[in-house]
Design a protein around this ligand. Structure first.
Ligand SMILES: *[C@@H]1O[C@H](CO)[C@@H](O)[C@H](O)[C@H]1NC(C)=O
Ligand SMILES: *[C@@H]1O[C@H](CO)[C@@H](O)[C@H](O)[C@H]1NC(C)=O
Ligand SMILES: *[C@@H]1O[C@H](CO)[C@@H](O)[C@H](O)[C@H]1NC(C)=O
Length: 449
């Protein structure tokens, strides 16, 4: 009897070791932005979920974070459904959202990523799914959102910095929480989350929708083709491309590198996707991160699509361009036309005020910064971030000018100019810069909440 038990135990042990050696695939998919105008970012994540789920990765290993206010939104003409393009394929059906509404925060995102069950429980007051991974596992992390230099935005204004993300990944590497980790980020300035930050020797490979200094784009925003879904965009340019590609690729043979090349071609004219970290990981098959597809070749061809003739709009000014789109088609002199035109004027005033705030900062420090070209150049041209300066400077903007930081429309537009602050960090002492932010905030009506 004792011998019999022993054999069973041995068999079990061998089996578990083999399982562990093969490794599991985990995915963390997140979009924090809410509201009808940000439809596409949640759609990106829902569709990514569908593709990975279809790839055979079980729900226990996929974590989805999304506000979840789109399917049932009062503006949704297709109640209960979410589309990722005009093909009208419902990507919401069956999606398993683990963290929604107020639980969509940076703290919970990082706790779930590092597998911190207790941390999640402390933050949410309940047990929550985390990436419970080991040294042979692969992890895929995907974010579609708004962002700025060195920042991915979260709804509550407590944003994720490149430094924090780097720290979490490094700790996970030290704790042997993964074999390979792949991150895809679709936000403005996404490259700045990794450029000259992510080491190439910790088993991580990252792809971003755009460079460190440029905006990312949203697509499928053309109400002309689909009036029922007007006034919003159905996805990110980079995101739509990689998700549809993955859906149609033979994932056991296609590599991440191939996907990157396709994405580059598809984004051409608008943004330049970038690769960071250990590029050798890009030679691995997609199936290691997205599961294995079992699509028939015919269906594969049908799903292959072109983004060539799309209207693409920069995410940091998305709400503004959507209003412009909306104005087209409204009869001149109609009450609707008047309302939207007024909204556009209001928006333009807002952007002017953001410009004055951002430009007042260098001007307060030194009048020689005032020439326009100088400031314009600084917005889009910046090098490595000095975090010892940039972190307290972000904190200053947040506390001295909450009217911009906690106003979605103003914030995304302001972030696109944070290159000014990164440049100033390399030129003047941090205290001088913080004092200048206080001055600029004092004279700007938008800064008051
Ligand atoms: C969770 O909360 C308890 C009680 O406040 C605390 O002792 C513990 O350190 C917290 N754990 C984490 C991981 O935050
Ligand atoms: C990123 O992490 C690496 C260690 O993995 C560290 O050497 C580097 O200083 C970090 N960079 C930043 C900007 O925090
Ligand atoms: C990059 O990843 C490949 C594949 O896992 C590995 O063989 C190589 O050692 C890694 N390079 C570095 C510098 O860690």
């Amino acid at each position: 009897m004792a011998g019999y038990k022993c054999v069973i135990l041995l068999l079990c042990l061998t089996f578990t070791t083999a399982q562990a050696a093969k490794g599991k695939t985990w995915a963390l998919l997140a979009a924090s932005a809410n509201g009808w105008g940000n439809y596409g970012m949640q759609a990106d994540v829902y569709h990514a979920y569908q593709v990975i789920k279809k790839g055979g990765i079980p729900d226990e290993q996929i974590i989805v974070m999304a506000y979840d206010d789109i399917a049932q939104n009062s503006l949704n003409p297709f109640k209960g459904k979410v589309f990722h393009s005009y093909d009208m394929m419902d990507v919401y059906k069956g999606v398993n959202i683990d963290y929604s509404g107020k639980s969509v925060t940076k703290e919970i995102f990082l706790a779930a990523l590092r597998g911190d069950k207790e941390g999640v429980k402390n933050l949410t007051g309940r047990e929550g799914k985390v990436i419970d991974s080991g040294p042979n596992d692969n992890i895929f992390v995907y974010i579609s959102d708004h962002g700025g230099p060195g920042i991915v935005c979260w709804l509550d204004g407590n944003d994720l910095t490149a430094k924090e993300l780097n720290k979490t990944i490094t700790t996970m590497h030290q704790n042997k929480r993964y074999k390979h980790m792949v991150l895809y980020i679709d936000t403005c300035n996404a490259g700045s989350m990794f450029k000259n930050i992510l080491p190439n020797d910790i088993g991580v490979y990252a792809v971003t929708a755009t460079t460190a200094t440029e905006p990312a784009f949203s697509v499928e925003c053309n109400s002309q083709y689909f009036s029922d879904l007007s006034w919003t965009c159905l996805g990110g340019l980079f995101s739509i491309n990689w998700v549809y590609e993955t859906e149609s690729d033979e994932r056991t043979s296609a590599t991440l590198e191939q996907q990157f090349k396709e994405a580059k071609i598809a984004c051409e004219k608008f943004s330049v996707p970038k690769q960071y970290g250990n590029h050798s990981i890009a030679r691995l098959a997609q199936s290691k991160f997205f599961g294995d597809s079992a699509l028939k070749p015919k269906l594969r061809r049908r799903l292959r699509r072109s983004t060539k003739n799309m209207q693409a709009i920069p995410k940091h000014m998305q709400a503004y361009y959507l209003l412009q789109n909306r104005l087209v088609g409204l009869p001149n002199g109609s009450p609707e036309h008047e309302t939207v035109a007024k909204d556009i004027t209001r928006y333009e005033t807002l952007m002017d005020q953001v410009d004055s705030f951002m430009e007042a900062i260098p001007y307060t420090i030194d009048a020689s910064f005032q020439t326009n070209e100088n400031v314009e150049w600084r917005k889009r041209n910046f090098g490595d971030i000095d975090w010892k300066c940039y972190e307290p400077v972000i904190e200053s903007v947040k506390t001295k000018c909450p009217g911009i930081w906690y106003n979605e429309e103003a914030k995304y537009y302001a972030l696109s100019q944070f290159g000014i602050l990164i440049n100033l960090c390399n030129e003047v002492p941090v205290e001088k810069l913080r004092a200048a932010i206080t001055c600029a905030a004092d004279i700007n009506p938008l800064c008051k909440l």
